[in-house]
Design a protein around this ligand. Structure first.
Ligand SMILES: [Fe+2]
Length: 399
């Protein structure tokens, strides 16, 4: 009880700097949205696969019809690093762009946000890392429109960009309301070509954002509200989106789930799954969503004791009938339900993803130092992370 009162005493706020627009075909409105933001020349930030698939053409056309000139930066391949951001911001300035449109997954959107940071600040992105001793952002990024082509990261509405620092071999965060997109456009038509394994991995990443943000110390009623609906939507739509990529209703539901889960961050961070995934992302070429999906259940096993009532409520949001269960039984039912989901969606194990059990000590140390450790619902130290990585790698039995 003491803890809950302490949490109520923590000074909290919720800002939503991003206008959210959505419909089937919504991305065709991008030209009008850019014009309304007063931009004349945008840098289109996207990845090579999306560019080659032609998803970008109707977006370019809409911008051109609205009288907005475009400069293409289709250089994203894998997880973005500081060099890629520097290259993008150099071109942004050279071409005298005054706005950004990001089309893609988290990598494209986070790169666009980061290019925006370097476009309006004198120091490189690293100077603004969310870490002790670093500077806060000073200026709003240029007008940014995010158009996600996956339903997962929620970067379209989050106040974070996650970028790799190749020197330290870590991923770091830059954040706050000044980095958020001005407009997010959710168009499920752009999601239909996503293959099943990407649908599964990104969808479970969204579920993980909602579960971690709902149960972490930073949670507040407004983030609880969006997190719970995100969990409900994932439970309702992820199987359909996975099994039938052209099910537009399911794609719409998953796009909304990812956005709502992104909002559940508020201005804060997630918890142990993301501390562990961000750690691995800097050291091993894992795909973020897959890595998160493979670690979500072991972390829930560890964490439910810290917030049993909230984990019981997650079970309800996942569709479990908890009426005859005790709070603790219902909390554990949430863990089992997510485990079932991860198995049904064929998520590869961490071992299959190339994570090396011999490096557990290094991973545990780095995860403990990750800022996302701070809000985790159950106290965790290096020993806890050691156990979690061992459990994820099949070296500890399930609890
Ligand atoms: Fe994530």
């Amino acid at each position: 009880m003491m803890m809950r009162i302490e949490r109520m005493m923590r000074y909290k706020g919720f800002e939503m700097p991003t206008a959210v627009k959505s419909s089937i075909g919504a991305s065709k409105h991008v030209g009008d949205e850019a014009k309304a933001l007063g931009v004349r020349k945008v840098m289109l930030v996207t990845d090579k696969i999306i560019y080659r698939a032609g998803l970008i053409h109707p977006i370019e056309q809409s911008l051109h019809e609205a009288g907005v000139t475009t400069v293409l930066f289709a250089e994203i391949a894998g997880e973005p690093d500081t060099a890629l951001v520097a290259e993008g911001s150099r071109r942004f300035k050279e071409e005298r762009c005054d706005g950004l449109v990001a089309v893609g997954g988290g990598s494209s959107m986070d790169t666009a946000k980061s290019i925006g940071v370097e476009a309006v600040h004198d120091a490189p992105l690293l100077a603004y890392e969310a870490a002790p001793g670093k500077k806060p952002l000073e200026r709003r990024i240029p007008p940014l429109i995010t158009i996600p082509t996956t339903a997962g990261t929620g970067s379209e509405v989050t106040q974070w960009a996650v970028i790799k620092d190749p020197e330290r071999k870590i991923k770091f965060n830059v954040g706050g309301p000044l980095i958020a997109a001005h407009v997010a456009i959710l168009d499920p038509e752009l999601h239909v070509s996503m293959p099943p394994h990407i649908t599964a991995a990104t969808g479970l990443d969204a579920l993980c954002h909602a579960i971690e943000c709902y149960t972490c110390h930073y949670a507040q009623p407004i983030t609880d509200a969006v997190a719970l609906l995100a969990i409900e939507y994932v439970a309702k739509y992820i199987h359909r989106a996975y099994a039938n990529g052209h099910d537009l209703e399911a794609r719409h539901g998953m796009a909304q789930a990812a956005m709502l889960a992104g909002l559940s961050y508020g201005s804060e961070s997630a918890g142990a799954v993301h501390a562990m995934a961000q750690t691995l992302g800097g050291m091993v070429p894992v795909m973020h969503g897959q890595c998160v999906a493979a670690m979500l259940v072991p972390v829930m096993e560890y964490n439910w004791l810290g917030e049993p009532e909230k984990f019981a409520r997650i079970a309800q949001a996942l569709g479990v009938d908890t009426t005859r269960m005790s709070v603790n039984d219902a909390a554990q039912a949430a863990v089992r339900e997510v485990d079932r989901l991860v198995r049904q969606l064929n998520i590869p194990t961490l071992l299959e993803q190339g994570v090396n059990p011999e490096d557990i000590e290094r991973y545990a140390q780095a995860a403990f130092e990750d800022p996302q450790t701070v809000g985790n619902p159950r106290d965790i130290g290096i020993e806890g992370y050691r156990w979690l990585y061992r459990r994820c790698l099949g070296l500890e039995p399930s609890t």
